[in-house]
Each structure stands twice: as structure tokens, then as C-alpha cells.
Design a protein around this ligand. Structure first.
Ligand code: NDP
Length: 284
């Protein structure tokens, strides 16, 4: 039976380090502050935003909740971002996705409007570029949280064969770069990958970011491998499952993250770390 990598334990360590840094900043008169813009009233987004605010409060980080109506125009949203960019008291800006249907085509323009130094989601093209060339910048929270977990859990990345299923800009691609930065040999798979199971069976570290319930079956896992399940799939009103068939894969893997209770908890913790790092960099 695999070692279960519970997100709670690793998130607590990330949050403790962010709290410590926030305290040091406050001692210098700098109050780390996150502004979260939420357009419209998507119920899932509201839960995520409340969770982020609650975690800010826990760690001594100020947070501004900025609700904007469903019918907000792109110009109004951009003007709000401009105002936050210009506000020296705000260190991190986050626009909660998804945007309402009327703004869905503007996502890239909206995210690119955030000052890259305040882009705590790490989605701005400047930060994506920093990640690509390996220079300092804000890294996307979910994959960065997974890397922290691997470090804290003592799972070696250097020389390991890491296979990632999924090539999205928010998880798969940044995860590939972060693992490469830690000297893993990386294979990035997607929906057109041929012989997927053969590739995943060669993985020392297997990351599933597909968005399909229990997509990764036990026969796709190499005995002893570390399996990181990023997926969050609602299969019934109160039932969440990951992208990995957990019970069967846990019989084969060496270590595995559960869903819920795994990677999801790392994302918010890393966001806190990014806010503190942004505040620090803006006051260097
Ligand atoms: P996307 O839908 O943007 O990307 C899914 C990826 O999976 C695509 O690259 C797609 O390939 C690939 N894919 C789809 N079907 C297959 C297949 N049959 N074989 C191989 N690859 C396939 O999803 P995200 O990256 O945004 O999210 C992935 C999952 O992670 C979701 O469940 C999401 O809810 C969850 N998530 C969890 C977070 C957390 O905090 N824990 C944060 C963010 C996401 P192609 O590019 O070819 O279409």
C-alpha cells in the first residue's frame, strides 16, 4: 500500500512559512495585501474566494474582496485592474476565473493587464516567460504547490522520469517547466499522445491533470511510482474524485495524493506564499 500524501500536512508547512514571512514584513511596516476581483456570481468561484480570504486572515495577510456585477464590461474590469496596479498598498491581484460568458473571450487580455509583479496567480505572459527561461518570477500556485510537496516529502526529482498528463497553461505546462528546473526528465502527454499507458508506466513521478474521473488506472502506474492527482471531478452532488483510480492505484504506487484532501489544499497555501513574495519583492 502506497504512502498517502495528505495535502493538509504540506499545506500547513507552506502556510507556516508564508505566515513567518508576513510577520517579518509587518515588522517593517509592510502589510501584505491581496485584492480578489470576482465578476458575476458563480457559486463555485464564491466558495474558492471565501476560502482564499479565510486563509489570508489566518496568516495575517490583508485581503480585499472586490465583487463586480455580471454585466461588467471589459473596459470597467480593466479600469479596476489599472487602479489596483497603481495602488502601492496592494501587492497581489487575482481575477477569479471563469469570467462570465460575455467576458470569456477577454481572459487573456484581462490577465495580461495585471502588473506582473502583482500577478500572484502566475498567469501573466511575463511570469510565464520567467518560468520558461528559469528566471525569478511568480509561479502558478497549483504546480508550484505540488513541487513543494515533493520537496517536503523527500521524493527525489533530479534524474527522475516525470510524466505529466495534461498540457494546460495553468497546470500541465508550468508543472513540466518546474520539474525540468529540478532536473527531472519530463514527458508531457495530452489527448493526442499515442501509447499513453506505455509512457505512464515508465514514470517515476506521474502527474494527472486531465479533468476526467479516474482516468489513470492501476495498470498505467509503475510499481513504486509517486502519483500526483491534480484532477477535481464532481461525479455526484456531494462526491469529488480525482483523475486517478485511487484505491487501485494506491496498491501499486509508492506514494499517492488523495482527492479530496490532496493537491487542492496546496493551491491556496501557495497563493499565500506568492502574495508574501510579491510584497517582499515590491519592497526590496
Ligand atoms: P484542461 O481541461 O485545461 O486540460 C486538460 C488536459 O488534459 C488537456 O491538455 C488535454 O489534452 C488533456 N487530456 C484530455 N483528455 C485526455 C486523454 N484522453 N488523454 C490524455 N490527455 C487528455 O484542464 P486543467 O489543466 O485546467 O485541469 C485539469 C484538472 O485539474 C481538472 O480536473 C481541474 O478541475 C483540476 N484542477 C485542480 C486544481 C487544484 O487546485 N487542485 C487547480 C487547477 C485545475 P489536449 O490539450 O490535447 O486537449
Amino acid at each position: 500500500m502506497a504512502r498517502i500524501l495528505y495535502g493538509k500536512e504540506f499545506a500547513a508547512r507552506i502556510k507556516a512559512s508564508a505566515e513567518h514571512e508576513a510577520l517579518a514584513l509587518r515588522a517593517r511596516g509592510i502589510y501584505p495585501r491581496l485584492a480578489v476581483i470576482i465578476v458575476g456570481s458563480d457559486p463555485a468561484s464564491e466558495v474558492y474566494v471565501r476560502n482564499k480570504q479565510k486563509t489570508c486572515e489566518e496568516l495575517g495577510i490583508l485581503s480585499d474582496h472586490i465583487p463586480m456585477p455580471e454585466e461588467t464590461t471589459k473596459e470597467e474590469l480593466l479600469a479596476r485592474i489599472d487602479a489596483l496596479n497603481a495602488d502601492d498598498h496592494v501587492h497581489g491581484i487575482l481575477v477569479q476565473l471563469p469570467l462570465p460568458a460575455a467576458l470569456a473571450g477577454s481572459e487573456e487580455e484581462v490577465l495580461s493587464r495585471i502588473d506582473p509583479r502583482k500577478d500572484v496567480d502566475g498567469f501573466h505572459p511575463v511570469n510565464v516567460g520567467h518560468l520558461f527561461i528559469g528566471t525569478p518570477g511568480l509561479r502558478p500556485c497549483t504546480p508550484a504547490g505540488c513541487i513543494r510537496m515533493l520537496e517536503y516529502a523527500g521524493i527525489p526529482m533530479e534524474g527522475a522520469h516525470a510524466v505529466i498528463i495534461g498540457r494546460s497553461n495553468i497546470v500541465g505546462k508550468p508543472m513540466a517547466h518546474l520539474l525540468l528546473e529540478r532536473h527531472a526528465t519530463v514527458t508531457l502527454c495530452h489527448s493526442r499522445t499515442a501509447h499513453l499507458a506505455e509512457i505512464t508506466r515508465a514514470a517515476d513521478i506521474l502527474v494527472a491533470a486531465v479533468g476526467r474521473p479516474r482516468f489513470v488506472t492501476a495498470d498505467m502506474v509503475k510499481p513504486g511510482a509517486t502519483v500526483i492527482d491534480v484532477g477535481i471531478n464532481r461525479i455526484a452532488p456531494k462526491q469529488l474524485v480525482g483523475d486517478v483510480d485511487f484505491d487501485a492505484a494506491a496498491e501499486v504506487a509508492g506514494a499517492i495524493t488523495p482527492v479530496p484532501g490532496g493537491v487542492g489544499l496546496l493551491t491556496v497555501a501557495m497563493l499565500m506564499e506568492n502574495v508574501v513574495q510579491a510584497a517582499k519583492a515590491q519592497n526590496a
